[in-house]
Design a protein around this ligand. Structure first.
Ligand SMILES: Cc1ncc(C[n+]2csc(CCOP(=O)(O)OP(=O)(O)O)c2C)c(N)n1
Ligand SMILES: [Mg+2]
Length: 386
């Protein structure tokens, strides 16, 4: 039976307990007047010394990891993170212009989680996630054009303009959505991984969900079954610390999510979600376990979303100071700084990567604009009625 000591690696052992709600596990006092009114939220001001020490520690780890990694893979990791950021910044802009209708949940700030983990997959592996799905969809190989046109509700969209922001999907790319029911994908993902094992493959499933989903029964039922039957599912809890406007501290009796796996004897790790290489390494360890004999893993990846829950969130439950604190630890800036220090890319190469992401985003917008709306005849297709 896996234990904490057997499954956590050196780096994560050193990571302080995350129970106080701050990403480095260090506590600081609430300082602003406004913050005292927000019971249960993390409202500490930036402690510069602490932030700098944490940044240095992370960079040290990234540098070691970067030295062991192929340059082209590093380029792809940076490109996918930058593409995710630029693409979604554009989404916010065009949403405000009325080009995108309905719900739209952005991933800005969390890019290191989806990119770091998914780029460790191989052919035949599967991914499933929540409604916050644009970046994962693109990393899976769905084109930015198809994602943007879907957001616009156009016929050229990923699912013909009939799903919108929350329902990206591609069986060919092994990307099984895009799910709106909180925690619903945990059961489906467990089933997908069961099928991979049943068919005798060594493939695995990455199943992403937020920390609020952990309070649902489906999480516990799925983990129990996965461990009992050795189902190769890697449960990635993206702990961005809020479920809509409710902070984790107000909704969960035990905030250390990784340790919940121990109730089922499952391997688990707490991972720094601002460090893309740490996410990749933890996922690689989980994948190795899963390919070997189907053993599942729970990864709690601590991250932060800079934008509101969705585009219609007024964001009154947290302070701008808190958001700023996490932006000081931005995963893309950190990764770029590490790459610079390791002399991996020239200045021209960095510019090239950014330009490529901007061009891909513009191409996606042009495609979405020029694509027609679905034909009226599509109204009664793809309907499931019982
Ligand atoms: C079963 C269910 N209950 C409630 C909702 C409404 N709802 C949508 S998102 C959300 C918060 C989920 O937060 P979390 O799981 O932490 O994911 P995040 O949005 O932070 O990525 C809630 C309560 C829902 N969609 N499904
Ligand atoms: Mg959350």
């Amino acid at each position: 039976m896996p234990t904490k000591t057997a499954t956590r690696q050196k780096r994560t052992e050193k990571t302080p307990k995350p129970d106080d709600g701050s990403i480095n596990g260090s506590s600081s006092k609430t300082t602003s007047k406004n913050s005292s009114q927000l019971a249960g939220t993390v409202t500490d001001k930036i402690n510069l010394k602490e932030a700098q020490a944490e940044y240095k520690d992370r960079k040290k780890h990234q540098l070691e990891s970067i030295k062991k990694t192929d340059k082209e893979l590093l380029r792809e990791i940076l490109y996918q993170m930058v593409l995710g950021r630029v693409f979604e910044q554009k989404c916010a802009e065009v949403y405000r212009m009325g080009k995108i209708g309905g719900f739209c949940h952005l991933y800005i700030g969390q890019e290191a989680v989806g990119v770091g983990s998914m780029l460790a997959l191989k052919e035949g592996d599967y991914t499933i996630t929540s409604y916050r799905d644009h970046v994962q969809a693109m990393v899976a190989g769905i084109t930015p054009e198809a994602v943007m046109a879907e957001l616009f509700g156009k016929a050229g969209g990923n699912v013909g303009g009939k799903g919108g922001s929350m329902h990206m999907f591609s069986k060919e790319k092994g990307f099984f959505g895009g799910h709106g029911i909180v925690g619903g994908q945990i059961g489906v993902g467990t089933g997908m991984a069961y099928a991979q094992k049943y068919k005798g493959t060594d493939n695995v499933t990455l199943c992403f969900f937020g920390e609020a989903a952990v309070n649902q029964g489906i999480f516990h039922e799925s983990l129990n079954m996965a461990q009992l039957w050795k189902i190769p599912c890697i449960y990635i809890c993206e702990n961005n610390q809020y479920g809509m406007g409710t902070s984790q501290a107000r909704a969960m009796s035990i905030s250390n999510i990784a340790s919940k796996a121990e109730a089922y004897g499952m391997a688990n790790e707490f991972v720094d979600g601002m460090d893309v290489m740490a996410v990749r390494e933890a996922t690689e360890r989980a994948i190795e376990r899963a390919r070997k004999d189907g053993s599942p893993t729970l990864l709690e990846v601590r991250c932060y979303r800079y934008m509101g829950h969705s585009m219609s969130d007024p964001g009154k439950y947290r302070t701008t100071e808190e958001i700023k604190k996490y932006q000081e630890r931005d995963p893309i800036v950190l990764f770029k700084d590490s790459l610079k220090e390791a002399n991996v890319f020239t200045d021209e190469e960095f510019v090239e990567i950014e330009n490529k992401a901007k061009e891909a985003t513009q191409k996606a917008i042009d495609f979405a604009e020029s694509s027609p709306f679905p034909d009226e005849s599509e109204l009664f297709t793809d309907i499931y009625a019982n």
